[in-house]
Design a protein around this ligand. Structure first.
Ligand code: FES
Length: 141
């Protein structure tokens, strides 16, 4: 169980030093999600290998500390998992890192990246997925 200060430090570390940050030139699927209440954005890039196993992930975004830290934390969970396993990542996994009080009061911020990741999986599995950020429609979550 993390203390409140440890949780704040973790969030700030992910915000200041985001993991997996930047565009991916050769992505197999790209999805962009927006919180319509504030306009904040997260774009998720995935590379998918044999057996629908994720081989690379990155994200870009613009928004509040919670949404961008959560995107860093969420994308850290991705590589090596199959697309089916990505769909099983529960909001609680992110909540465990961010703290339930943060997630409870900022649910849309905390889950923007996870919902965008799920959209990327769905678009890949539906066939003919967007492969650049310019092609990816912006979805509201
Ligand atoms: Fe916009 Fe957090 S305030 S996603």
């Amino acid at each position: 169980m993390s203390t409140r200060q440890e949780t704040i430090d973790l969030i700030l570390d992910h915000y200041d030093n985001p993991r997996n940050y930047g565009p991916m030139q050769d992505a197999d699927v790209v999805a962009t999600g927006r919180n319509p209440g504030c306009g904040d954005l997260v774009t998720v890039y995935l590379k998918v290998g044999p057996g629908e196993q994720t081989t690379a992930v990155s994200f870009e975004g613009k928004g509040c500390t919670i949404s961008q830290a959560a995107a860093s934390i969420t994308t850290d969970l991705v590589v090596g998992k199959t697309l089916g396993e990505l769909l099983e990542i529960d909001h609680q996994v992110v909540a465990d890192d961010l703290g339930n009080d943060v997630v409870g009061s900022r649910l849309r911020c905390a889950t923007l990246a996870l919902n965008t990741l799920r959209s990327a999986v769905a678009r890949y599995q539906a066939g003919d997925p967007p492969q650049t950020a310019a092609e990816a429609p912006v979805e509201n979550f």
